[in-house]
Ligand binder design. Sequence first.
Ligand SMILES: C[S@@+](CC[C@H](N)C(=O)[O-])C[C@H]1O[C@@H](n2cnc3c(N)ncnc32)[C@H](O)[C@@H]1O
Length: 263
Amino acid sequence: MNSRIQYTLKYIKYWLFAKHKKGHGVHSPFIYNLIINVLNNKKSDEALNAVFDVYKKYLKSKEVLKFDEIGAGTNYKKSKKITIGEIIKRSSINRKYGELIYNLTKYFNPTEILELGTSVGISTAFIAQAAPKSNFNSIEGIEEKIKIAKKIASELKQHTEFIHGDFDEILESVLEKYDKLDLVFFDGNHKNTSTLNYFNSCLEKIQNESIFIFDDIHWSSNMEEAWEEIKNHPKVKVSVDLFRMGLIFFRKELSYEHYVIKF
Ligand SMILES: C[S@@+](CC[C@H](N)C(=O)[O-])C[C@H]1O[C@@H](n2cnc3c(N)ncnc32)[C@H](O)[C@@H]1O
């Protein structure tokens, strides 16, 4: 079966069986509050609207970037010419999930943040806007994309540190910059072993309140395997499957539980 059809079937299954949209049936006050205050938060504010405006503008951009593709599905270097608008359409988070990571960041107020997979900086912009005083590093392997991400950050007057390099080569040295990690957004190389390696490396820096966010957890069976292993790691107390994204919490005071929440 073609992977597009498989993905759609997985989504239908999620839509039919996911629960707790309004928090009903959730016993954990922590998760209930997360649903009410973050997942169901539809309030927008000036700071969020500023990111939406920049997002809209770059989505229309016909400026062409030329680079060698990396990541899952591209085991060889494939030269690519593509507009910024197309990059955003194909691989950046959309408005709904942009708003989600903005709200998550605002709610948990992390100060030590890391992103794996900047691309042209759309998710980066949502996170940075919600945590203007944080120490935020975002890693990307393609320099052409970082140039655009820097432009977007400067238009929004954000102070994100962009790091160019291959996760496999530089993650360990980037992690040395941190005493702890409060929030990590994993949205780079969607391969099973790579995702697990990055997860394990970042685990070294968690504290009780850390949050890990994984994008595209159902994107392929490979990513689903990685997600299964991550959520069942003994240090993980609670996982939340929102279909496109998965959230991981380590709080010792929580009971072990896996939620699939309609979002
Ligand atoms: C899905 S895109 C990120 C989208 C971005 N987070 C957003 O929502 O706007 C994944 C990015 O990870 C980068 N990437 C993939 N594998 C990488 C690696 N091993 N090292 C560095 N960057 C990598 C790709 O170049 C691509 O730009």
